[in-house]
Design a protein around this ligand. Structure first.
Ligand SMILES: [Zn+2]
Length: 405
């Protein structure tokens, strides 16, 4: 269609092949590799993000058809007048059709509208917000490495020098760019540098808002620029293809966290998903005091009304490797849900972090703080039981695969 053009040169652009049929724009999603790992498949190909520009004096109406099969139909289309602002909820009506779904949009004279089926949070304003907080507050950036496309990997610490009498809490987001979960780390950073400041006298805290900066630029849903979804496949020893995992791991070796929370968010999945944490079986922690602390924290998180915990195994994933190496208590992922809206996601993230901080007894974590990592710190019994535990879960899956089910 001559009157309308698709805007492609923007941060986060994500659209597969498309064709025009009069004023109908018929689109496919941009595809990235599926994750086949730990006998499971993860498909992150859910979202689009593109601009439409009206090149005429008259307003134009376009019908957008998104082709997809066996994927959830979104309830909300998010939009923005600029690709560098967080997208807001539109009132566009989505109609499910056998081939996927469709919706109509009016584009004003010479106007540009950016559209997505996820609450897109672009990289530039997230970085700007953290730079502002750094200038005016007690938050200091650490560049811990470079992404595959040479973007800075940035962490922000809320302490001057690591104090080993205090537990270290690491909070992250932004490994799956399309999820909008950086809302959580921004809310927490703003709170900790204002009304929640007293917690920085009890805990050392590190915030990593964007684990996967390249994905925010190239518009992937879950992968880095080399097609690695490093939450599930944490290639911490392969700096060539996954520097994001490699440098994060090196950073964690320098600052081994006692508690780690990694925020994610559901988007188009609707009511089929409920917000809440992934909780690790306590057999995967070492030492009775850390096991007890992990259970206490998990119980405290489950007092958040409406949330639902899920059990997490996945030996190749980031949180599993972190606990295996550092005995870190992880809530990774903590899933928010875009259905909550921006304010609901912010409030839930703040409640989550307060529940965790209020439930921590620093004396329970002393062993973990003072001898944080290395397999040599693990007893033979812990090692044996953890291997059996994981084996018991994965053996049936391995047998099924061999038998071709
Ligand atoms: Zn995610």
């Amino acid at each position: 269609m001559e009157n309308i053009s698709i805007v492609k040169q923007h941060e986060g652009h994500s659209l597969g092949s498309y064709r025009w049929s009069n004023n109908n724009l018929i689109c496919n999603l941009q595809m990235e590799p599926l994750v086949y790992i730990d006998y499971e498949t993860h498909d992150y190909n859910l979202h689009f993000n593109f601009g439409l520009q009206n090149n005429t004096e008259q307003a134009e109406q376009v019908t957008i058809t998104m082709l997809q099969t066996n994927k959830p139909v979104p309830q909300i289309i998010w939009q923005s007048g600029s690709p560098n602002h967080r997208f807001t909820k539109s009132s566009l009506i989505i109609e499910p059709i056998p081939e996927g779904y469709k919706f109509d949009i009016n584009i004003p004279s010479y106007g540009v509208i950016y559209l997505s089926n996820t609450m897109w949070s672009p990289l530039t304003p997230i970085n700007q917000r953290f730079h502002e907080l750094e200038k005016t507050n007690l938050l200091e950036s650490i560049k811990y490495g470079l992404s595959a496309n040479q973007q800075d990997l940035l962490a922000y610490k809320l302490f001057e020098k690591r104090d080993l009498s205090r537990p270290l809490i690491c909070i992250s987001s932004g490994s799956h760019p399309a999820e909008g979960d950086t809302i959580a780390t921004i809310a927490i950073a703003e709170w900790l540098t204002t009304s929640g400041h007293q917690y920085t006298d009890i805990f050392d805290i590190i915030i990593v808002p964007i684990l996967n900066p390249d994905g925010f630029i190239i518009g992937t849903n879950g992968c880095n620029t080399n097609g690695i979804n490093f939450f599930w496949e944490f290639l911490n020893n392969e700096p060539e293809i996954c520097p994001e995992a490699y440098y994060f791991w090196e950073f964690l070796k320098e600052f081994p966290p006692n508690v780690y929370i990694d925020f994610h968010s559901y988007s188009t999945q609707g009511k089929s998903k409920t917000f809440g944490p992934y909780v690790k079986p306590s057999a995967l922690y070492c030492g009775s005091s850390v096991k007890d602390a992990a259970q206490k924290l998990a119980r405290s998180l489950q007092t958040i009304p409406g949330s639902k915990a899920q059990t997490m195994f996945s030996p190749s994933s980031m949180p599993h490797k972190i606990t295996q190496e550092f005995n870190t208590i992880t809530f990774a992922k903590y899933h928010l849900h875009q259905r909550m809206g921006e304010s609901g996601m912010r409030e839930t993230a703040l409640l989550t972090i307060q529940k965790i901080m209020d439930a921590i007894d620093p004396s329970q974590l002393q062993d973990q703080i003072l001898s944080p990592y290395g397999s040599l710190n693990k007893t033979i019994i812990d090692n044996f039981f953890q291997k059996c535990f994981i084996g018991r879960y994965y053996l049936p899956k391995a047998i099924k695969k061999v038998l071709g089910f």
